[in-house]
Design a protein around this ligand. Structure first.
Ligand SMILES: [Fe+2]
Ligand SMILES: [Fe+2]
Length: 467
């Protein structure tokens, strides 16, 4: 595939050969830049940031690192190269040639999937736009901006699909992606987790750990889609997404380490650290909101999408020998007559829940890494994930109340314990009170430990952002 890095819109999809599409995207470009200047990182647009830019899609050397001013970042459209003889990998059309165009009867629902995914990308940039001002170190500031510009590129990837495959409606949807605003009651972003404020660094790390990780699973399920342009787009997005989760996972791990060190000295609060119980509450909050992003436990949409070969399971080809999932059943707990009861559901209707289960397993590995830190520091306290039924707003458990272990409780009991389980206003204010910028090269805020290594072989005390 040719990389056209010096086109107005860098791409590897031969954009210059499709004049109509190229013109449409070039018309969208200035609107995107207006949005970036208005809603992107506040206060740092003219600074040189040491960023990676995608310049290839190969597994080696796909990125170039250098100082860039964010509005000059080369956002591009990069798809994985096509496979020869790509097939529909699951569902009722298993084994047929992959779709190169949108199958007519799925046009609306596929557009919805792409718009919903696309909407999360600018939303997270908006949620995080003030964080640069309170960064704990230049290293962290650089990572924040790296995540932000790549979410911008993911928006480009989805907008390419909308413009390229959905005609007029696609163009309208692409415009609307720049019009909604995270947390704005009049024109909110589509998914609730993306309207929640992300205004301190503990939120940011929890968000990139738990919410970006939902993205990994959604993208993975689409990366094997029978609609080939979507599959190839998502495959490349996953390459970048890995770094976002690294930022969250190691970021929280560093907070945990610092907290543990301070716990051994004396009262964490007095020493200006973040108490372990506040970290736990942030985990409870972002984990539960991120679980909602997978959709209802029982879903006819998921069945239709799987049947059509559009959205598969996690690692469908690698993990499963049988790709129809037509006669299997899945047993899950549902609330009936105010009690938890087991119900058997056709497997295809339970695929949101199956994907959510994969996600939970992945999150547990993160918890194990943080608990290893606590162990290394000689503490016996441990962090944990709440039961997936806890604090849900979507699906079977929404409207019911559960404790952290997943026991059904009354609303009154929930309200009574809420301040022990979820961040309170005071917790948030306390965390915010610690957020003072540290921007001296090689220095770090008191509430977080330095990283084990810098970025791309650079030391921690490298000038990641020139202020
Ligand atoms: Fe993304
Ligand atoms: Fe991301």
């Amino acid at each position: 595939m040719d990389m056209n890095l010096y086109d107005r819109i860098p791409n590897n999809v031969n954009l210059s050969e499709d004049k109509k599409l190229q013109r449409a995207l070039e018309k969208w470009l200035p609107n995107y830049l207006d949005w970036w200047r208005e809603m992107g990182p506040d206060g740092f647009q003219e600074k040189d940031v040491w960023l990676r830019t995608a310049v290839d899609v190969g597994s080696e050397g796909w990125a170039h690192f250098d100082y860039v001013k964010m509005p000059e970042y080369r956002w591009g459209i990069f798809l994985e190269p096509p496979k020869r003889e790509a097939i529909v990998g699951f569902g009722d059309n298993y084994g047929r040639p992959a779709y190169q165009e949108v199958p007519g009867e799925f046009r609306n629902s596929l557009r919805r999937i792409i718009v919903t995914q696309g909407d999360t990308e600018p939303a997270s940039v908006e949620q995080q736009r003030q964080l640069g001002k309170t960064c704990p170190s230049l290293y962290d500031m650089r990572n924040l901006f790296q995540v932000n510009v790549e979410e911008g590129r993911h928006l480009w990837a989805m907008v390419y699909l909308l413009h390229g495959y959905f005609g007029r409606d696609g163009r309208d949807e692409a415009d609307a992606l720049l019009e909604r605003r995270s947390g704005n009651p009049d024109k909110p972003r589509i998914l609730e987790a993306f309207n929640q404020p992300c205004d301190d660094w503990l939120n940011f790390f929890a968000f990139t750990m738990f919410t970006d990780r939902d993205g990994k699973y959604q993208l993975s399920a689409l990366a094997e889609s029978g609609f080939e342009p979507l599959a190839r787009t998502c495959q490349f997005m996953l390459t970048e997404e890995a770094h976002h989760m690294f930022v969250g996972d190691t970021g929280l791990g560093r907070v945990v380490r610092r907290t543990a060190q301070l716990m051994k000295e004396s009262d964490v609060r007095k020493l200006g650290g973040i108490p372990l119980d506040i970290i736990q509450k942030y985990i409870n909050f972002w984990f539960s909101y991120s679980l909602d992003l997978f959709g209802g436990e029982i879903s006819s949409n998921s069945a239709d999408f799987f049947a059509a070969g559009l959205k598969g399971r996690y690692k469908e080809q690698e993990q499963y020998a049988e790709h129809a999932a037509a006669n299997e059943v899945f047993t899950m707990q549902v609330v009936e007559d105010n009690q938890l009861k087991a119900r058997e559901v056709p497997m295809r209707n339970a695929l949101n829940e199956v994907l959510r289960g994969e996600y939970v397993k992945d999150c547990e590995k993160g918890l194990a890494r943080w608990n290893k830190v606590l162990n290394e520091e000689g503490l016996t306290e441990r962090l944990y994930l709440p039961n997936p039924r806890f604090h849900r707003h979507v699906g079977e458990y929404a409207g019911h109340f559960f404790d952290l272990q997943g026991n059904l409780i009354t609303r009154e009991e929930f309200e009574k314990h809420k301040s022990e389980w979820l961040p309170t206003m005071e917790d948030r204010e306390y965390v915010r009170s610690l957020m003072h910028p540290v921007t001296e090269i090689g220095k770090i805020a008191n509430w977080i430990a330095p990283p084990a290594a810098g970025i791309k072989g650079k030391p921690f005390d490298f000038e990641y952002v020139r202020l």
